[in-house]
Write a protein that binds this ligand. Structure first.
Ligand SMILES: *Cc1c(COP(=O)(O)O)cnc(C)c1O
Length: 463
């Protein structure tokens, strides 16, 4: 659809380059190229300032679970703005939207979760989590239980605590990170790091790295272990089936808290309300954000299980932590309307039983492409490992990410947003995607792989 060019792309790009600093970007290179300007969103589709329609295969940033542009959210937000546009939840006050959202979350979460602490983002949720687990052990007169074990190549946000808990080397390289009391262990990334082990053996081995770390640090010094049920930004890394049961066993035996970072996997991404339910994980805390409001307004939180909530509420005294926008009434109204849509339209059931399996089956067939070494997907989050030769799990020579970037650029050009993580292509579409849109997505992804393959052959990069 090459129609209306109602927005003057060039001048907007120039202004963007002149005044706007972008997250996670090489801004000099970006400014030279010019940002893509997105002007509209409806359902699974975006439109840019040149009138080009693009299928949003990443649901924004893993968050637009109900799709773009639902009028119900706009109406709920407008009504709340008219009623009470802002008030805080400090100083012995509360308000109806934060009460209603808390009640809904307690109802939707697994039975041991009956409380939520609100934040403005996933990063703030992980800051909150860190403060809370240390407060928990301190209250129980075990202040030396301080270290939080996390994983290499994990993503837990971009505040100081979020970046510290995350295992992203380029973020740590900025200096001063990680903050004290964070320890990183291996990730369960079989495709890259599994070597000659079967996925099952490798899953056990990487889970037992937690036990070894606890032994080294001393159980009395470890507060918690944090992990994403499926690593998202790290490359949609789905752990082998043996991984989570072993992690669960270790956390139980060693008396450390288990934190499942549900910022991506919460609210239907894996065909359950929470990713923990998909894997049978029983966490003590669940940081949430993204799908909580489908990204319509910024809001996050920490779902606090009864074990921790009881101590923090009944024994700690003042919990000295909070944000001006904790439980913002308008953001709560957006989240409530979003959760109602997810629930009443049975979107999560469809991901589990209908559209999810349909997409997974088609995605798996992309593994037949000469460029694809593995095609994996759970619920509606997937990855394609790009390789120069099959069947070995071998990577392209040269700098990781070069091939991924070529593929991502073709994808955009073809009208499909996929993201590149090193040389993996990842996908996480709105959960409302239809069968017809899935067919279109697979057609565009296939064309993108063909275009990339042809380009790599042309440049002599295919191994
Ligand atoms: C996106 C993300 C975060 C950070 O959320 P922000 O809202 O960007 O601060 C934390 N954890 C996970 C797993 C995420 O994917």
């Amino acid at each position: 659809m090459n129609v209306s060019n109602t927005y003057p792309t060039g001048p907007l790009q120039a202004l963007d380059a002149a005044h706007h600093m972008h997250p996670f970007s090489d801004m000099k290179a970006l400014n030279a190229e010019g940002s893509r300007i997105i002007v509209k969103g409806k359902g699974c589709w975006l439109e840019d300032s040149n009138g080009k329609r693009i299928l949003d295969g990443m649901a924004g940033l893993w968050c637009v679970n109900i799709g773009h542009g639902r009028p119900e959210i706009a109406e709920a937000v407008q009504a709340q703005m008219a009623e009470l546009s802002y008030y805080n939840t400090f100083f012995k006050t509360t308000h109806p939207p934060v009460i209603e959202l808390s009640r809904m979350l307690a109802e939707l979460a697994p039975p041991s979760f009956n409380h939520v602490f609100f934040t403005g983002s996933g990063s703030e949720s992980n800051d909150t989590m860190l403060r809370m687990v240390r407060t928990y052990w301190k209250t129980l007169e075990k202040p030396e239980k301080f270290v939080v074990i996390a994983r290499k190549n994990a993503y837990h946000g971009s505040t100081m605590a979020g970046a510290s808990l995350g295992g992203m080397a380029p973020m740590h390289a900025q200096g001063g990170l990680p903050i004290p009391g964070i320890h990183h262990i291996a990730q369960p990334y079989w495709f890259d790091e599994g070597g000659e082990l079967s996925p099952e053996e490798f899953g056990l081995q990487t889970a037992r790295a937690l036990e070894q770390a606890i032994d080294e640090i001393g159980e009395d010094n470890v507060a918690a272990f944090i992990a994403e049920p499926v690593q998202g930004a790290g490359g949609v890394i789905v752990p082998p089936a043996t991984y989570w049961p072993e992690i669960q066993r270790i956390c139980k035996e060693r008396n450390i808290l288990l934190v499942a970072d549900e910022v991506i996997t919460g609210f239907g991404r894996l065909g359950r309300w929470f990713g923990s339910e998909y894997f049978g994980i029983e966490p003590d805390l669940m940081p949430i954000a993204k799908g909580l409001s489908s990204g319509y307004l910024p809001i996050g939180g920490v779902m606090v299980g009864d074990r921790v909530a009881d101590v923090i509420i009944n024994q700690t005294g003042d919990f000295n932590h909070g944000f001006t926008y904790s439980g913002h009434p308008v953001a709560c109204a957006a989240a409530i309307a979003n959760l109602k849509i997810l629930r009443d339209e049975k979107i999560i059931e469809r991901v589990a039983n209908d559209t999810g399996p349909y997409l997974q089956k088609k995605w798996a067939l992309l593994a037949n492409h000469p460029l694809v070494g593995e095609a994996r997907m759970v619920g509606m989050m997937g990855a394609l490992e790009l390789v120069p030769a099959k069947p070995e799990r071998r990577r392209f020579a040269g700098e990781a990410g070069k091939i991924g970037t070529i593929c991502r650029d073709f994808s955009f050009k073809n009208g499909l947003i996929m993201r590149a993580v090193r040389d993996s292509m990842i996908l996480s579409p709105p959960l409302v995607i239809s069968h017809e849109e899935i067919d279109e997505l697979i057609r565009l992804a296939t064309k993108t792989l063909d275009d990339t393959h042809e380009e790599l052959l042309r440049q002599g990069l295919m191994g």
